[in-house]
Ligand binder design. Structure first.
Ligand SMILES: Cc1cc2nc3c(=O)[nH]c(=O)nc-3n(C[C@H](O)[C@H](O)[C@H](O)COP(=O)(O)OP(=O)(O)OC[C@H]3O[C@@H](n4cnc5c(N)ncnc54)[C@H](O)[C@@H]3O)c2cc1C
Length: 469
């Protein structure tokens, strides 16, 4: 059937208002939060219910039309780019959230944002632990599909650790109900977690049952300033060794501090590195833990340690870290953000080697990230969008991935593979003598998506160049 006829069928099945075909819409939905990728869908479908999704995946499967599920398009890897055209399936209208205090769970539709889930939980004295810096816009579906982490990852890990059940629609329109709304579940193979981090390549998540936690009685936020990144990393490792178990443990290097100051006027002291740490718990304990943590920072050579005294100051520190990527990407036309993880014991070496690359190639590399769990986001910053700069950025990007792999780490801790890290994934698997796992993944995909319509051209593809300058 011709594309035009498929669109007519979609309109008559779903209703005209849910099928967007204007040039403006097709253009806008061709991007994500990366500066280098773009595609053009044939149409955008706005889904309002699981039934809508079932109808779309029935028609798309019948006529082998590509489908790219989309939350709010904040992907940092090109994961949501419609490289092979087809349909963008926008889940953002699905926003229902229900908190079930008695059972300690929150049920959210795919289009609700992590921030909205948290706001709802807070009304009842609870919170949802994963906390990507993009929480106000990242959707539950997108966060599950990328297995997003965030600042509280140092303690609570990624989305995977907080999902109990999901409703997923697969090509052909069948609904899978994976997991169960209980804290323990041991029935057969764990297909629930197969879909977490699958980046829209297996099916469409329409609803999730998530665990929540009681809000801590008190949080104390510390800002420790260091002359060098090395000292800051030593301090982070000491905090871990002393089993202080912080809620967040974030690193900002000097160029990050300068960037957030310039863009957001934050007035942070422009020293070699800053560490932002949170401790939480009962009032009496938290103050003692905060002091202990401050002592560790001082022993490790901090120039100054400040314990934030009020909500305003605490929020300003959080804003500095949350604003790191937006600040850097406002200052440079091209920023390639990495998402590497290394064992904590190798973090100082990783950053040292990254800074050496910066000098070797004369390229600005800004480093910040969730250092408490070894996950950092070096950003390769280019002042020009020309082909030569792109090639250099790409070269440096893969050299940083290689550093992570050689140090026993991985190329992605939370952003996923998307378009950006296909080669890096292949490299990592090769290094681990596990290249055949890619074949296993392709076979698994065929079980749910035999025609290959779900988010095609992403990490199952055989490598090809996908930059667009
Ligand atoms: C400023 C900024 C800060 C960020 N900070 C963090 C951070 O701290 N931690 C972190 O982990 N990430 C971070 N990110 C990356 C990004 O926000 C996350 O990956 C987020 O979870 C994506 O959510 P989204 O709704 O925008 O998904 P999208 O970008 O729309 O989609 C991402 C992927 O998920 C798939 N997908 C979306 N919805 C569904 C669904 N319902 N069913 C199946 N597949 C689906 C898409 O096909 C795509 O592959 C940041 C991004 C920005 C711009």
């Amino acid at each position: 059937m011709e594309n035009r006829s498929v669109l007519e069928l979609l309109k008559s099945t779903l209703g005209e208002n849910k099928v967007l075909c204007s040039l403006e819409n097709l253009y806008v939905y061709g991007f994500d939060a990366t500066p280098v990728y773009r595609g053009k869908p044939m149409a955008v479908i706005r889904a309002y219910s699981t039934e809508d999704v079932m109808k779309v995946l029935t028609i798309a499967n019948d006529y082998a039309i590509p489908v790219v599920p989309r939350g709010h398009g904040t992907s940092l890897t090109g994961a949501v780019i419609p490289v092979e055209g087809g349909l963008i399936l926008d889940l953002s209208p699905m926003k229902r959230i229900e908190v079930d205090v008695e059972n300690g769970i929150v049920v959210a539709e795919a289009g609700a944002t992590i921030g909205e889930v948290n706001a709802e939980c807070r009304k009842y004295g609870f919170f949802f632990p994963p906390d990507p810096a993009s929480a106000e816009v990242a959707t539950v579906g997108g966060a599950l599909a990328t297995d997003a982490g965030g600042m509280r990852g140092a303690r609570y890990g990624t989305m995977r650790n907080w999902v109990l059940a999901m409703k997923v629609v697969v090509p052909g329109g069948r609904v899978l109900r994976l997991g169960a709304p209980v804290y323990k579940w041991r029935c057969g193979l764990n297909l629930l977690h197969l879909f977490v981090g699958s980046e829209g390549t297996l099916g469409v998540i329409t609803e999730a049952t998530l665990k929540m936690l009681p809000l801590p009685e008190k949080i104390v936020r510390l800002l420790a300033l260091f002359e060098t990144v090395d000292e800051a990393v030593t301090a982070i490792c000491s905090i871990r060794r002393r089993a202080l178990n912080p809620l967040i443990l974030e690193l900002l290097d000097e160029s990050t501090i300068k960037s957030v100051n310039e863009v957001f006027n934050l007035n942070m002291p422009e020293v070699g590195a800053a560490v932002i740490a949170d401790v939480d718990g009962p009032k009496e304990a938290v103050e003692r833990l905060g002091k202990e943590m401050a002592e560790v920072f001082e022993e490790c050579g901090a120039i100054s340690v400040r314990i934030a005294s009020d909500e305003g100051e605490m929020e300003k520190l959080y804003a500095a870290r949350r604003g790191a990527y937006p600040a850097v990407s406002r200052l440079y036309p091209i920023v390639l953000i990495e998402d590497i993880v290394v064992p904590l014991s190798k973090l100082a070496e990783a950053i040292r080697r990254i800074k050496e690359l910066s000098s070797k190639y004369g390229v600005a590399i800004v480093v910040f990230g969730h250092a408490g769990d070894g996950n950092i986001h070096p950003c390769i910053c280019m002042s020009s969008r020309d082909e030569e700069s792109m090639r250099l950025a790409e070269k440096v990007f893969y050299e940083i991935c290689r550093i992570a792999i050689e140090l026993g780490g991985t190329v992605s801790g939370e952003h996923g593979i998307g378009l950006q890290k296909v080669h890096a994934l292949v490299e990592e698997l090769k290094y681990r003598e596990s290249s055949w796992l890619l074949e296993v993944m392709r076979e698994v995909k065929k079980v749910f998506d035999p025609k290959g319509i779900m988010n095609p051209g992403k990490f199952f593809m055989r490598c090809r160049k996908c930059w667009e300058v």
